[in-house]
Design a protein around this ligand. Structure first.
Ligand code: COA
Length: 648
């Protein structure tokens, strides 16, 4: 006789799934009735996690809808650097018409929406910025997060590190589940902590037109990928005891033994495809029962752990070349002949532990911003440094399961296409990751300047130095002081930033003039930042008005096809501060074909930068951009000190 049965159904986002869940309950209850004579206990669990805020347990304020007039005024200031006088006059007329016409109607509808939703933007943003976006998540959306590099002496070392990483992640997850992560604050304002709850057990599922998210917070297993083979590994034994480090190492060793040759038909590479192509392959795969079970097994795991092949990390003498190599492995696995097939890019947290010391994670961006992930990295790095007691052994660990996939000839052809497509993506991404160690945020603070605004202005100067035109510039600001808040764009290119760049590059100007221009540009940036953090930027409001028009069958206003809009939103510099205590860094690809990405981690006495550009664009060059950035940081430092000396 069976003693206990646990029936668990996991449903993902949105109304239709909730309806499905409610419809499913009687079925499960019926099953319970049928089994009752045979079992002593049966538990029915339904996990339901919404992709958008349905409760407000932290009692946070709601994201405001900015006043239309304020947004329009701000918008005109941000587009000014990109237009000549005639173009600017035309734009001014256009936005005034909008303000007095359709804009009013759209604003009223948007305000109505904001009363009906806890966060008027959250669901729209998730769909338009992520789930409906059809380019591959690789390079275009998923960042890599490089942990401090390791030097493994043996395979055992690699597996011990991997086991500790999993145990640290579980400890972190338990803190999240038990609401023990301290609520983050911005000044006196508590920040929304929901994103933390969405990072473990989550997986994106490819779907035609709009992907789905599957949340599985109660999972007990992880997915291990080695040589492109995919395994299910239970972290708890049959006695319900968590495996200790040695036991996890044993499980990983078994996985390695079971997959000693590269699987050329590994389906993981399909997750690097364009989303519609992957969705087609997914449907073909899921028609087969065995495949469906394997796919769902990966989706439900807590995290993916990729045990990667060596990449020659320590053969590189230059520490920045090692960083760049690590960044590449974490963004795209360096293509089909390296570790690009040893991945499941749809998983929110995908740890990478490479045989010769590349360590970190690739994260699928849709459920969360970089910050909770960077906090996870610091937690893991601190955990690794401690010498923890091994803990009790489970007396009944389960054997790892090699997940089976039946690959039809159609899917086989899709795998081959995916390999070619990933390889072209890899070949087209130029990365340059480096540590700037002449100074860090301490020096900037000593000058009584905001480190973030200062670094943003260094990027403005670097771009202008190279291209001699203003560079539209995106920086993410967290709007987590609001329920369900994600980000707002800081438009870092301003009238003052361009004036600053021109002043700096003119040898006739004195250090005092240059320093004054720098401070004015920093003030302007800081001012925009403060507004963006309060949800009062330009971009999300304009997006909301446009989506309101689409949803209500109203013709999209002309301001969206105006040169001012297209130029100021063509973000040639795409940036994000992702701060961590440890010597790690985040990296990702540019937003536009002729742009640069710059992710940075400002630490007390150094700054980690990860920059990228597309190889096939003749206008951009990552090495030149890095040199221009370093030169700008040096020049800014010097003019600040010289201007003080000249005052004395
Ligand atoms: N004089 C001296 N010190 C100053 C200063 C000044 N004029 N201005 C700021 N500082 C100090 C601050 O007090 C702060 O001190 P701390 O290190 O003790 O905390 C430090 O300098 C850093 O402040 P600053 O550089 O101005 O801004 P920030 O670190 O708060 O960052 C944002 C600004 C916009 C990046 C941040 O608010 C944010 O939104 N981060 C999240 C971005 C994000 O979502 N990224 C992930 C996307 S995937």
């Amino acid at each position: 006789m069976l003693t206990s049965v646990k029936v668990q159904e996991t449903f993902n986002q949105d109304g239709e799934d909730l309806t499905k869940m409610l419809r499913g309950l009687p079925k499960l209850r019926g099953l319970k009735g049928f089994l009752e004579p045979y079992v002593t206990s049966m538990q029915i669990t339904c996990n339901y996690t919404s992709s958008h805020s349905t409760t407000n347990s932290q009692n946070l304020p709601r994201l405001p809808v900015p006043k239309l007039k304020d947004t329009i005024e701000k918008y005109l200031l941000t587009v000014r650097p990109h237009l000549n006088d005639e173009e600017f006059a035309k734009t001014t007329t256009l936005v005034k018409d909008f303000l007095n016409g359709t804009g009013q109607k759209l604003q009223a509808l948007l305000e109505k929406r904001s009363k009906e939703h806890l966060n008027w933007l959250e669901e729209w943003w998730l769909n338009t910025a992520y789930l409906e976006y059809r380019d591959p998540v690789v390079v275009f959306s998923s960042p890599g997060l490089a942990f401090p590099l390791e030097k493994f002496e043996s395979q055992k070392n690699q597996l011990q590190y991997a086991a500790k990483t999993l145990l640290a992640a579980l400890e972190y997850k338990s803190l999240i589940d038990n609401n023990q992560i301290p609520v983050e604050m911005m000044g006196k304002n508590p920040l929304d902590m929901q994103q933390y709850k969405k990072i473990f057990g989550t997986c994106r599922i490819p779907w035609e037109k709009r992907d789905k998210l599957s949340y599985n917070n109660d999972s007990k297993h992880v997915t291990i990928i080695h040589n492109n083979h995919i395994f299910h590994v239970d972290l708890w034994g049959d006695d319900n005891i968590l495996l200790n480090e040695d036991q996890i190492v044993e499980q990983l060793s078994k996985v390695i033994k079971l997959s000693n040759t590269v699987n050329n038909e590994g389906i993981g590479i399909l997750t690097s495809e364009n989303r519609d192509r992957w969705a087609k392959a997914y449907q073909l795969l899921a028609n087969d029962k065995i495949n469906k079970t394997s796919l769902e097994d990966v989706q439900r795991s807590i995290v993916v752990l990729c045990l990667d092949a060596p990449v020659g990390l320590w053969k590189l003498k230059d520490p920045d070349a090692r960083r760049t190599l690590a960044g590449a492995q974490l963004i795209h696995g360096n293509g089909s002949s390296s570790n690009g097939g040893n991945r499941w890019f749809d998983k929110t947290v995908q740890f990478v532990v490479g045989a010769d010391g590349v360590t970190g994670l690739t994260y699928e961006h849709s459920p969360a911003e970089g910050q909770p992930i960077a906090v996870l990295m610091d937690f893991i790095v601190q955990y690794l440094a401690k010498n923890k007691n091994p803990g009790p052994r489970s007396s009944r660990p389960r054997e790892p399961t090699h997940l089976k996939f039946n690959v039809s000839s159609d899917v086989g052809a899709m795998i081959n296409t995916a390999k070619k497509n990933l390889d072209s993506l890899v070949n087209n991404l130029e990365l340059n990751c480096f540590q700037y160690n002449k100074y860090g945020k301490n020096f900037i603070k000593e000058q009584k300047l905001s480190p973030d605004s200062y670094l943003q202005m260094a990027m403005q100067l670097a771009f202008y130095r190279l291209h001699k035109v203003p560079g539209a510039h995106y920086e993410s600001a967290a709007t987590r002081m609001y329920i369900g808040g994600r980000t707002e764009t800081i438009r870092s290119c301003s009238i003052e930033s361009v004036e600053f760049a021109r002043t700096m590059l003119n040898a006739n100007n004195s250090p005092k003039e240059k320093s004054a221009a720098l401070k004015s540009a920093i003030n302007s940036h800081k001012n925009y930042t403060v507004q963006a953090l309060q949800g009062l930027g330009v971009d999300r409001h304009l997006l909301g008005l446009k989506l309101t028009a689409i949803e209500n069958g109203i013709e999209i206003p002309k301001i969206y096809s105006d040169k001012a809009f297209t130029k100021s939103a063509h973000m040639r510099i795409s940036t994000s501060q992702v701060a961590s205590k440890c010597d790690g860094f985040m990296c990702y690809g540019p937003l536009v074909s002729d742009g640069y990405a710059t992710c940075y981690n400002p630490r007390a006495n150094d700054i980690n930068f990860a920059t990228s550009a597309f190889v096939d664009n003749p206008d951009t060059d990552c090495v030149k951009y890095r040199n221009a950035l370093e030169q700008s940081l040096q020049d800014m430092h010097d003019v600040l000190l010289q201007s003080i000396t000249s005052k004395l």
